[in-house]
Design a binder for this molecule. Structure first.
Ligand SMILES: [Zn+2]
Length: 311
């Protein structure tokens, strides 16, 4: 037996039962009227084009499957293949490319590309509660990645996409976001929004963080330009955790996701953040992680403005 021999990875009926277990805890809910009584299962019959996982509501006479209202709604590829994809994306350290998924699942490249974006959307964490608090430590840092379309390549970082990351040292969790620039008026409101005031904030010597100490329980910083990465008087003063986070992210982006456009960057950030926040060291194994991603499919719908031209 291997993980991949589980029935829900191969059999469509089992795949629906598995997802229903996660989304409904096994108790079907009509998405049209909210009813939970008088719901009957309609037996699948591909010859008569009756879909797998179909239910009928005796209250409103509507029909539905568990995919309605989730990021899997309107998905054309079989659910058991989508579940394989979720497992592959969540169990590999750096994710998986649309090309690889297209070959492994034997679906078109375009289907694989759309499926990956559905899964990334499922991985997006809506939690906005502040990090830190109770004198805990939050590390804050920015990084530059790739290239903005239509912005000439110059010195410094004007032409690069910019990402802000926070890591809460107590919970071990990260939160990341795309930012327009690294000015004080961009960074400070975000730090104030996402970090509890009763927190010691760790940054590098970047001038935009100059006033952090006025707002928070403490501000420690190291001077990377002077080669200082840990304060030797107080070794809790460093931003090495958040830098470690960026190095995982950048290695993954380089190896797997080349040429990421800025409008897709938030979804890639969500993917790396999800894997980091559901990692082994926090007590989350591969199957828990896949299950947590599937719990995230609910209440999110996808709209695509762009084309499926690149990864
Ligand atoms: Zn109903």
């Amino acid at each position: 037996m291997s993980v991949l021999s589980k029935p829900y990875f191969h059999d469509e009926e089992s795949a629906f039962r598995y997802l229903e277990g996660i989304v409904w805890s096994g108790e079907p809910v009509c998405p049209h009227c909210g009813s939970v009584d008088r719901i009957t299962k309609v037996k699948a019959n591909p010859a008569k084009r009756i879909r797998f996982g179909l239910y009928r509501c005796g209250n409103c006479k509507g029909q539905f499957t568990v995919k309605i209202g989730t990021v899997f709604e309107h998905m054309r590829i079989p659910l058991h293949k989508a579940l394989q994809a979720v497992y592959l994306v969540t169990s590999s350290k750096k994710g998986i490319s649309a090309h690889q998924l297209h070959r492994t699942l034997e679906v078109t490249y375009k289907s694989a590309w759309f499926l990956l974006h559905r899964i990334r959307e499922a991985m997006r964490d809506g939690d906005l509660s502040p990090f830190g608090g109770n004198g805990g430590v939050v590390e804050v840092d920015e990084t530059f990645i790739g290239k903005k379309k239509g912005v000439p390549t110059k010195r410094a970082y004007h032409h690069k996409m910019k990402v802000l990351a926070l890591v809460d040292r107590t919970s071990g969790k990260a939160r990341t976001m795309v930012i327009d620039n690294v000015k004080t008026e961009t960074l400070m409101p975000l730090v104030l929004k996402h970090v509890d005031r009763e927190t010691r904030v760790m940054t590098d010597e970047h001038a935009a963080y100059r006033d952090v100490g006025r707002w928070f329980a403490g501000h420690g910083f190291t001077s990377h330009t002077k080669g200082e990465y840990v304060n030797l008087q107080d070794r809790t003063v460093h931003s090495n955790t958040v830098e470690g986070y960026f190095s995982i992210f950048k290695r993954g982006m380089k190896g797997v996701y080349q040429h990421c456009g800025e409008h897709h960057l938030p979804r890639y950030l969500a993917e790396f953040e999800f894997r980091y926040n559901n990692r082994e060291a926090l007590g989350c194994n591969d199957q828990d992680r896949a299950g947590n991603a599937l719990r995230g499919i609910v209440g999110k719908r996808l709209t695509y403005g762009g084309s499926a031209a690149t990864n």
